[in-house]
Design a protein around this ligand. Structure first.
Ligand code: NAD
Ligand code: NA
Length: 398
């Protein structure tokens, strides 16, 4: 079928198999260009492996460390008149490239929050790999059904305490406007968001993996977090999602304890703000990202998810000696984003930003391009008017 972008709000309903394959191949090429990760992981489980930071983690460990990878995600293949999801096509492309390179890769498609998918994953690891030495936890979801109680939780993106009013942008149209977001009305909103995006499911995964004996001696596990500048504190760091991230951080000592007898270690890595399917849904953040990209590109320190993950594994998680942590025990690969000179310039631009000057003072074009790249669109060299086969399958799922 002929596949063109079709958007509704901040989501894109279609994805292009060849374009997403190009996105994956570009990431593989980047990782290869950086050489091997010394003493990197060899058997890796990535939970949330199909898009964003999780996909880049899978690519960075496979092609940077010759790792066998098991990827867990929730994606859809093509069905009557509908394209598959970007993460489905990403995985198909990844698995094909991994196979060509002689690397083991297998995937599990289903609800990672469920006991059933955890069991399927464990069975697959037992059968094919025996054990894993790295578990990457990179889920981003608006909902979670609790596996023990069946309660369905929905997360909210709200400030806590007072309403938050600031600028935001519709990145499709470039219109900058004020947005007011009402604070949570009750503690339940906070608790629900923690239930979805906090550390409980990460803990459940590690408990089940350990009980099944599929964690290797010296295993590491890493989950991803974000802090960002004061500008976005009300909606992010000090908001409901920030509480969930705090809970994720509080899970680190619990997991360290669980993994102690394996000499294993848990980490939270604070990553840079980047265009992903999840971050485009957060108010205010796309405007911040489009200004941040402008400043970081000008300074020559811009990174995408693959550059971030390559740096995480090379310079942080698998370095000689101790893993470098901040005063609160977190890995920081948002260090360049948070540099004072970067943040000062972003703040200045933030104060100036209007619909009229946005194209000039921000990288809104880069934002838009990257958003469409997530779905395989806006790539040079791909004919989006040509017929393409949407019925691409993930080989290991069939
Ligand atoms: P993303 O939307 O690109 O990826 C989410 C992944 O989770 C996908 O693979 C998806 O299939 C999977 N997933 C979602 N629900 C699932 C379910 N029920 N079962 C199985 N798989 C499921 O998101 P992302 O931006 O890469 O976010 C990953 C992590 O990184 C999150 O913890 C996020 O908070 C964090 N992070 C994001 C940013 C950013 O700017 N995007 C910055 C720092 C940290
Ligand atoms: Na991810």
């Amino acid at each position: 079928m002929i596949i063109q972008p079709r958007t509704r709000g901040f989501i894109c309903l279609t994805a292009h198999p060849e374009g997403t394959a190009k996105n994956v191949q570009d990431q593989i090429d980047y990782v290869k260009s950086k050489g091997k990760i010394a003493n990197g992981p060899k058997k890796v489980l990535v939970i949330g492996a199909s898009t964003g930071f999780g996909l880049s983690s899978r690519i960075a460990t496979a092609f940077g460390s010759d790792a066998a990878t098991v990827g867990v995600f929730f994606e859809k293949p093509a069905a009557e008149g509908k394209t598959g999801t970007a993460g489905w096509y990403n995985t198909a492309a990844f698995e094909a490239a991994a196979k060509d390179a002689g690397l083991y890769a297998a995937s599990i498609n289903g609800d990672a929050f469920s006991d059933e998918i955890k069991k399927q994953t464990i069975d697959l690891i037992k059968k094919d790999l025996g054990q894993v030495d790295l578990v990457v936890y990179s889920l981003a979801s608006p909902r979670r059904t609790h596996p023990k109680t069946g309660v369905a939780y929905s997360s909210v993106l709200k400030p806590i305490g007072q309403p938050f009013t600031d600028k935001t942008v519709d990145f499709h149209t470039g219109v900058v406007s004020d947005i007011s977001i009402a604070p949570v009305e009750n503690e339940e909103d906070i608790a629900n968001t923690i239930a979805v995006m906090g550390g409980e499911d990460w803990k459940f995964w590690l408990e089940d993996l350990k009980a099944a004996g599929v964690l290797a001696e010296g295993v590491k596990t890493v989950a991803y977090s974000y802090i960002g500048p004061e500008l976005t504190y009300p909606i992010y760091h000090n908001g409901t999602i920030g509480r969930a991230k705090e809970d994720l951080q509080n899970t680190v000592p619990v997991l360290d304890d669980l993994l102690k007898d394996l000499h294993g270690k848990a980490y939270v890595s604070v990553n840079k703000a980047l265009v992903t399917q999840s971050s485009s849904a957060i108010p205010v953040v796309p405007l911040y990202i489009s200004l941040l990209y402008k400043v970081m590109k000008e300074k020559g320190i811009h990174e995408g998810t693959i550059e971030q993950m390559q740096r995480l594994f090379t310079d942080r998680l698998y370095t000689e000696g101790e893993v470098q942590l901040d005063s609160e025990g977190r890995i920081r690969v948002d260090d360049w984003e948070m540099r004072a000179d970067v943040q000062e310039e972003v703040s200045k631009l933030w104060a100036q930003a209007t619909t009229e000057n946005l194209e000039e003072i921000s990288d809104i074009k880069g934002y838009r391009d990257e958003f469409f790249h997530l779905f395989g669109f806006n790539f040079n060299g791909i004919d989006y008017n040509a017929d393409t086969n949407e019925l691409v399958g993930v080989p290991s799922i069939g």
